[in-house]
Write a protein that binds this ligand. Sequence first.
Ligand code: BMA
Length: 325
Amino acid sequence: MYPCRYVTQPCVHKLPEPVLTAADVPYKATFVFNAGVIRHEGRYVMAFRDDHYDEARGKVYTERIGFAFSDDGIAWNVDPDLGYVWRDDEVQRAYDPRLTVIDGQVYMCFALDTKHGVRGGIAKVSDDFTDFEVLSLSVPDNRNMVLFPEKIGGNYVRLERPMPVYSRGRDAFDLWLSRSPDLRLWGDSRLVMGLEQVPFADNKIGPGAPPIKTEKGWLTTFHAVELYPERGKNGWEERWQKEYTVGIALLDLDDPSKVVGFCREPLMVPDMPYELEGGFRNNALFPCGMVLEDSGEVKLYYGAADTTICLATADVDDLLRLCLN
Ligand code: BMA
């Protein structure tokens, strides 16, 4: 076991157990994780990644993006008949969904592994979650698209994480933003945060859950990755040397490419037993869903150890304070 060298902020309360595991799924699943969550039409909706371990090949692959529903955001029912799968001659898998509602319409962002690179996709989703109209796919390599829940300055806006490998001599990936008049054509791209600005990341940072609007700005999570080359086996694979913690930042309301402030330490780190051992990739927290309740409670949904889906809560004012300190 590799305890994290940081601690979770005291204002964050993790539920004692994951809210969804493979055992809760009414179809074959080995790991369920990295879930986008929205509150929509009186219920909570979750889109999650469903991975399978293929014993014959000794390999893990993504089977589908599954869907679950809940009345309280805590107890979930997976719909056995719903699922988004994209696998063909060019595309290997769609994964890591994020959900956003804009003007009553549901959108799903996802990563797409293809024979010609990793692409970030955006799809318009029907209210019964059976129909997905793909509106845009980025050029490779890019992923972790998340949409803001409203137009800003007349444009749709997304956060994203391209993966430049040619120019920097090593993996060093940052947080970017692009705008679009119609969710199809994306441009006016800006760097939001460089890896070097984040004291608790040395490998990559990337968008987490779609941002939530507050009076002080757009509150948004991001994942922050450090490399620990001395680590060996830390999960199902022979080696797993990365650690994923969760950061929190506040972006300008009118121009979210500007960072108003961010917490210099992680918001959440792997510290629960099921985050540190027994998972596919231990020490990995991956936030994809954030819901602001009328009470001011923020629900933070995150994948733990690439194995389960967990929920933590915090008060929105405490999160803002962390960003503005
Ligand atoms: C990232 C993505 C996530 C995954 C994480 C940890 O690069 O692939 O889907 O949760 O690694 O393995």
